[in-house]
Design a protein around this ligand. Sequence first.
Ligand SMILES: Cc1cc2nc3c(=O)[nH]c(=O)nc-3n(C[C@H](O)[C@H](O)[C@H](O)COP(=O)(O)OP(=O)(O)OC[C@H]3O[C@@H](n4cnc5c(N)ncnc54)[C@H](O)[C@@H]3O)c2cc1C
Length: 287
Amino acid sequence: MITEIYSPKSKADLLENLNRLSGKSFHFGAGYTDLLMDFKQNPDQEERVLNLAQMQDPDFVGIRKQGQGFYIGALTKIARIADSDELKSDFPVLQQAAQSLASSQIREVATVGGNLCTASPAGDVSCALVALQAQCHILSAQGDLRTIPIKNFFKGVRQTDLRSNEVFQGIFIPENQEKYWHSAFVKVGTRRSMECSVVSLAYHIQMNDEEVISNAGLALGSAAPLIPFPEKASQFLKGKKINNLSPGDIDTFTELIAEYANPISDIRASAWYRMEVLKNISRSIFE
Ligand SMILES: Cc1cc2nc3c(=O)[nH]c(=O)nc-3n(C[C@H](O)[C@H](O)[C@H](O)COP(=O)(O)OP(=O)(O)OC[C@H]3O[C@@H](n4cnc5c(N)ncnc54)[C@H](O)[C@@H]3O)c2cc1C
């Protein structure tokens, strides 16, 4: 039961509210697609909400080219990522992840910041952002901004590096260093829509003019408590020609990916099934 709700419209308003709520328990609310589910589980609990949905500050809402990359405000709707032409051409993995999330109705309200701050191993957009080696921009009640690599943001299932006086402001994606990339989000679920992944794989592999891989961004969804970036598999690909990998190379790559997976068995799939599917979709990158 929501008993108190604060709805700042500007960054200054938000900071004022953050300071006022210092030491008190509260939830941020953005699109509420996850939060209302949590509230439903404890209907009698009194909840205080700092509602971000009316914020219009450009540091919190919108997609823009910034310096050597792209900046996406935390309150940007998943639908805006799904229909962005710039993201489609530069980071297909991110646009495909956004398009695969839930339904068009959910995508119109759900936000990128909510997807990250929920810290679910099945977060589709979060998985793509791990593969893109994004940077998290976190704002404190004092107005200080800190930037951390996304791999340091997730601390466990539903646990992040956010401190009690901080809000997630946005995400920065470094621009591509090469002219060519092989980039996609592969999501396997039990049905086509409205379903979190059974397992997923995000990849964003950059190649030079000679098709030599210089950077391989990879991330595994629903495969472990966090969203792993399989560093050894990424390093293995570096320096190799993408169209010249031997069957042995692909076997080694698949085994290196599997080293980072520690899936669970649940109502949607067994751990064994998840692992087999992950290996198959890892191979499919090179088909
Ligand atoms: C039917 C259904 C299907 C779904 N399918 C998918 C799916 O296929 N793939 C998928 O990845 N997800 C799915 N989801 C989950 C959900 O839609 C996403 O995680 C969504 O991106 C959450 O965003 P939100 O804005 O609604 O977050 P909210 O529900 O508003 O917030 C989620 C959490 O993040 C915190 N938070 C939000 N914004 C901030 C901020 N700026 N700073 C600090 N903390 C913040 C909140 O306090 C809360 O703890 C589904 C949900 C539903 C209901």
